[in-house]
Design a protein around this ligand. Structure first.
Ligand code: RIB
Ligand code: CA
Length: 333
């Protein structure tokens, strides 16, 4: 598992899998304006809004960021098993809060997203980081297409899940809830996962003072970021909050500079795929032990604690103020 980029002579190879989505859009702009990483492709998945929209939004945003040649590939138009549940009430019907951007000048990459992911991981010996900030359907399909994907990817940074309550339901965070079966496959894959849960991302928030800084920028990226931030803050305010969590930008932030996470723990993460009330919940076992259940006839007895293997590293303390200031600096033009 790589620690920060300080020791890296070369920019880190990155593919960003996303469902833009307002915070995804800020994550895309951050990624494309950060020399510490080299984004090789952006892959879109259905989630906040349908795939046609997330894919087109990704094309438009790469051109806004001055990267008109960056491959953008469309992936899954629906989850592996369940019905797609949108989050357009948060991000707006277009996924970008009504932000008007020029029509893309080029088409999508002809390959499906999971093929782009698998080829990038297997076709190049240089370490690859995948940052996944939407439902994990494309990642699960890449694992299916190329079983070696799990250990060919140096690090899979996932924004998803929660330790105590969700945002999509009282039990589940949206990215995992949108495709629990895909998420469970990813956590069971053996990939080197860094998992940013809601408890982590809510430590990095956008506030009105940050919006004013963006409004002070004169360039097209500042203006677009200000529009996105204003819409996102208005949604937060409509629910009584004066700040909005920078879920997806923080995932990119960790690929740029690991030091935004000041404390990280190992855990075993499982996803509830059969519950009704808890469908899509992440069960995060930090103790890394469990007591086996022994059927003793009339009763179930519990054996002695046995170790449970960790399958993810969770940044649990975030230097949120420093990250948000860093993000705004990177977005200003
Ligand atoms: O729960 C937060 C996640 O759900 C973010 O990725 C946001 O874009 C939404 O997709
Ligand atoms: Ca997202």
């Amino acid at each position: 598992m790589p620690e920060g980029n300080a020791a890296r002579p070369e920019p880190r190879r990155v593919i960003l899998d996303c469902d833009p989505g307002i915070d995804d859009a800020l994550a895309i702009l951050l990624a494309l304006r950060s020399p510490e990483i080299r984004v090789e492709a952006i892959t879109a998945v259905a989630g906040n809004v349908p795939l046609e929209r997330t894919a087109e939004n990704a094309l438009k945003l790469t051109e806004l960021a001055g990267c008109p040649d960056l491959p953008v590939a469309a992936g899954a138009s629906h989850p592996l098993e369940r019905k797609l549940e949108l989050a357009d009430f948060v991000h707006g019907p277009d996924g970008l809060g009504g932000l008007e951007l020029p029509a893309p000048s080029r088409s999508l990459d002809p390959r499906p997203a999971w093929e782009v992911l698998a080829q990038a991981a297997l076709g190049n010996p240089e370490p690859l980081t995948v940052v996944a900030v939407g439902p994990l359907t494309n990642i699960a399909l890449a694992l299916e297409a190329a079983p070696d994907f799990a250990w060919q990817v140096e690090e899979l940074i996932v924004m998803g899940g929660s330790e105590c309550g969700g945002n999509a339901t009282p039990a589940a965070e949206y990215n995992v809830y949108a495709d629990p079966e895909a998420a469970q496959k990813v956590f069971a894959s053996g990939a080197q996962i860094t998992l940013l849960t809601l408890e982590a991302t809510r430590q990095a928030t956008l506030r009105r003072e940050h919006l004013e800084r963006l409004r002070g920028g004169g360039g097209p990226v500042s203006r677009a970021a200000a529009h996105l931030a204003a819409y996102y803050l208005d949604f937060a305010a409509s629910h009584g909050a004066d700040a909005a969590a920078l879920h997806d930008p923080l995932a990119v932030g960790l690929a740029i500079d690991r030091s935004f996470a000041t404390e990280t723990v190992s855990a075993n993460v499982q996803v509830e795929t059969r519950g009704e009330i808890t469908y899509g919940a992440t069960v995060i076992n930090r103790r890394l032990s469990a007591r086996p259940r022994i059927d003793a006839g009339e009763f179930i007895r519990r054996g002695d604690p046995e170790p449970v293997a960790p399958n993810a590293r969770l940044p649990v303390k975030i230097d949120g103020e420093r990250f948000t200031a860093f993000l705004i600096d990177r977005l200003l033009d």
